[in-house]
Design a protein around this ligand. Structure first.
Ligand SMILES: [Zn+2]
Length: 328
């Protein structure tokens, strides 16, 4: 009852096609929701990401032998896909371990102004305790971790104005509240799994952008003036340019325009982390329904065919535990 090479490659090729379809659907929905708030777009990408991660599991129950690829093609497909997936997974693991090491080298941030602003923003009965830390190695603040979240603040930012301090913490707290570290990690795993599909690369960018926009909305929702926040983002991009010698703030222009746009729909601040399990449940349901549809449309007589038949056309083609330090 061993799985043949051809059957495994056929299973993988169909998975990639299914992934392509799901990603195309997510982009279509994202386009429809362009005028909606960032939280809606983030929800679309959360469901898409979770579905893409869950879809392979129920598919394992399907009989793959009916869609097996010829041996030689199967070997090429499996080796090429496997190498790409391995490289991307290793890169992801390296990013996570670097982020951990960076946090270990940081020190607790005990300045009263910062801890008081954090407490004021979190309000009473905050769901998780967030640890504030200070680092010499970053030019912009970063939130990391899910179960024991931390916000890392660059030392050079310790003396910013009260409004900028509020902006920084409101943005990072929004990432923490929505468990964006885990979401972006999941997004990177999706890219490693479906890397052959170019849409998976663009999807990770779209997911990151939606998460950033939603966190930016939280800053404006906390009462920060949009002009002041936009100026802070530009200042952070400049600091990054000075430090890294290159402009890495690719999404900066888009974010600044979005922040200054008075017509834009804004998401409400209090997106709780309990939204995530609900979105994941919706994704699981979608993944199982997809597989059930496939199983039903899988004609029984096809099983009798030679397994070499019907090879589907294969669509050829820091992060750390949080997003790489993007402008805040
Ligand atoms: Zn951010």
């Amino acid at each position: 009852m061993g799985v043949t090479l051809g059957a495994a490659a056929g299973w993988l090729a169909l998975l990639q096609l299914e992934g392509l379809g799901l990603l195309a659907l997510a982009f279509a929905l994202d386009r429809c929701a362009r005028r909606r708030d960032a939280a809606t777009r983030r929800a679309i990408w959360t469901i898409a990401t979770a579905t893409l991660l869950i879809v392979p599991l129920p598919r394992l129950l399907l009989d793959a032998s009916a869609r097996a690829l010829p041996e030689t093609a199967a070997l090429v497909v499996l080796v090429v896909w496997g190498l790409g997936a391995l490289v991307l997974t290793l890169r992801l693991a390296l990013g996570v371990s670097r982020s951990r090491a960076l946090a270990r080298r940081s020190s607790p941030l005990r300045r009263r102004a910062w801890t008081e602003t954090l407490e004021a923003l979190q309000g009473a009965g905050a769901p998780v305790a967030v640890e504030l830390r200070v680092t010499d190695e970053l030019s912009g603040p970063v939130a990391r971790g899910v179960l024991r979240p931390q916000i890392l603040v660059p030392r050079e930012m310790l003396d910013v104005s009260p409004e900028q301090r509020r902006s920084v913490l409101a943005h990072e707290l929004a990432h923490v509240a929505r468990a964006d570290s885990a979401l972006l990690l999941a997004g990177a795993l999706v890219r490693a799994l479906y890397w052959i599909t170019p849409l998976s690369w663009r999807a990770l960018v779209a997911l990151r952008d939606a998460a950033e926009d939603a966190a930016d909305d939280a800053v404006l929702g906390a009462g920060v003036r949009s002009s002041s926040y936009a100026a802070l983002l530009v200042g952070l991009a400049r600091a990054r340019l000075d430090r890294a010698g290159r402009a890495t703030a690719g999404g900066l222009r888009r974010r600044v325009v979005a922040i200054l746009d008075p017509e834009r729909a804004r998401s409400r601040v209090s997106a709780s982390r309990w939204v995530a399990p609900r979105l994941a449940a919706a994704a699981a349901l979608l993944a199982c329904s997809l597989t059930a549809c496939e199983a039903r449309t899988d004609p029984l007589e096809e099983r009798g065919h030679a397994s070499a038949q019907g090879s589907p056309a294969l669509n050829n083609i820091n992060i750390g535990s949080t997003e790489p330090a993007r402008g805040k």
